[in-house]
Design a protein around this ligand. Structure first.
Ligand SMILES: C[S@@+](CC[C@H](N)C(=O)[O-])C[C@H]1O[C@@H](n2cnc3c(N)ncnc32)[C@H](O)[C@@H]1O
Length: 425
């Protein structure tokens, strides 16, 4: 499933409600980032006449509670990809006089709002004379799209090269079903973009990152015209910027391949964006001559160097860690980079304690994407679960993506892009 555009989503909801309207209880409007508004659909057509016929079929008993003599109302017009004159708008409203409106018009504080939505497609260079679709519905609630703007990375105090976009962070928190008083963890925390969205929904947040400078807000700044990070550029300051500091537990410098957590299930959600090796390296701690098991304890003076962290190992570790530390019913939400010419659903990493809930695609280029994977813990972790999924074919298949970085930058990739470009011309 691809993430739909906001326009599609706007209309999609109305189309879905064509069957029967029910406000989804599991995702109330105050969590809806993708939808602009929710309506009860009363009619739909490809032309005004078709719309009116459809409206006449809508059961009157469902209309009457909102149109009776003691009520007040207002009719609004929304157009997509076209602007109407005031005269055209009034004409459309007048044409609805066959509906049994008995209440009074109140433009300032109406009890009920009705909307006509006209869809003129998505291409601003090719606006049709007549709309492709017309909908009429009763407004129920607005979504929360303004959150994307108010949490925009552009205005954020502390950012890095890979800070997660605000809209996607909220979508991830929604997939993680994050709620008040949850504990949410990000093992690849970076500048904490994902913690912010979870804290907005009232969860206590914490994270780890292998990079000392990121965790401590030191080193080179990612913003243009700024050389070094300022004294208060860190994750805590970001949460403070949004009035969410009370939800900040802490962040630690730690390697996700060697989690330093006590055994137990204590996270309600693990929401993360692991590195793909494109804009940041995939590293883990370890010595060049990887020490044999059993003598891993380093002397205190030892400063570990880093080794390449294969993507397949990283996702294997992540799923295992989630299976062990999530509470039952808790969710793991993460991005999986894929090389699209080779991708199949069987490649999505698997674990006996985790059930796949959703798998959505975000295209990165013509030949690469990342997939937003959501899994839920459905079984208590037992020691034998630790390696059982390694025996599965899926693990072997994802190993093909270890060379994601090489494929991303490879001649093969450039050739595909070139070929695609020439076929489009
Ligand atoms: C894609 S970024 C995460 C960005 C983050 N979501 C944000 O909003 O800033 C991945 C992060 O993983 C960190 N990382 C790489 N290897 C790691 C490891 N082995 N253990 C923990 N963190 C690691 C990198 O330092 C980087 O900050």
């Amino acid at each position: 499933m691809a993430l739909p555009s906001s326009l599609n989503r706007y209309l999609l909801l109305m189309a879905q409600e064509h069957l029967e309207f029910r406000l989804p209880v599991s995702s109330p409007a105050h969590r809806k980032l993708m939808e602009r508004s929710i309506f009860e659909l009363w009619g739909h057509g490809k032309s005004p006449e078709e719309l009116y016929r459809s409206l006449k079929k809508f059961p009157v008993e469902k209309m009457v509670p909102f149109l009776h003599a003691d009520s007040t109302y207002k009719i609004k017009i929304h157009t997509f990809n076209k602007t109407l004159t005031q005269e055209e708008k009034v004409k459309r409203i007048d044409a609805l006089e066959f509906l049994p409106f008995e209440g009074k018009v109140n433009l300032k504080e109406p009890q009920h709002i009705f909307s006509i939505l006209e869809d003129y497609g998505l291409d601003p260079n090719c606006i049709p004379e007549n709309p492709h679709n017309i909908y009429f519905g009763r407004w129920i609630a607005d979504g929360q799209r303004e959150l994307i703007e108010s949490y925009s990375v552009k205005k954020r105090h502390f950012i890095g090269n890979t800070s997660m976009d605000a809209g996607l962070s909220f979508i991830m928190a929604n997939h993680g079903k994050v709620k008040e008083n949850d504990i949410v963890f990000d093992p690849f925390v970076g500048t904490g973009g994902l913690l912010i969205a979870s804290a907005h929904f009232g969860a206590y947040v914490c994270g780890t990152d292998i990079d000392y400078n990121t965790v401590h807000g030191l080193g080179k700044a990612s913003r243009k015209n700024q050389k070094w990070r300022g004294p208060d550029e860190n994750i805590r300051a970001n949460l403070r910027q949004y009035g969410l500091e009370k939800y900040y537990l802490d962040v630690l410098v730690s390697d996700a391949s060697k989690p330093s957590w006590r055994k137990g299930a204590y996270f309600d959600a693990i929401i993360t964006d692991p590195p793909y090796g494109i804009r940041e390296s995939t590293r883990r701690t370890g010595s060049q001559k990887e020490m044999p098991k059993g003598i891993e304890k380093c002397p205190e003076s030892h400063v570990p160097v880093s080794l390449n962290y294969h993507l397949s190992d990283m996702f294997f570790d992540l799923l295992n860690f989630a299976a062990e530390t999530l509470v039952l019913g808790g969710r793991l939400v993460y991005w999986l980079p894929v090389y699209t010419p080779e991708y199949t659903e069987e490649m999505v990493p698997w674990h006996p304690c985790l059930e796949l809930i959703s798998n959505c695609e975000q295209k990165l280029s013509s030949h690469t994407s990342r997939r937003l994977i959501t899994m839920e813990k459905v079984k208590k972790f037992e020691n034998q679960d630790q390696y059982s999924h390694l025996l599965s074919d899926r693990f072997l298949q994802y190993q093909g993506h270890n060379s994601f970085r090489e494929k991303y930058f490879s001649g093969v990739t450039k050739r595909i892009a070139k070929e695609e470009k020439s076929t489009q011309e």
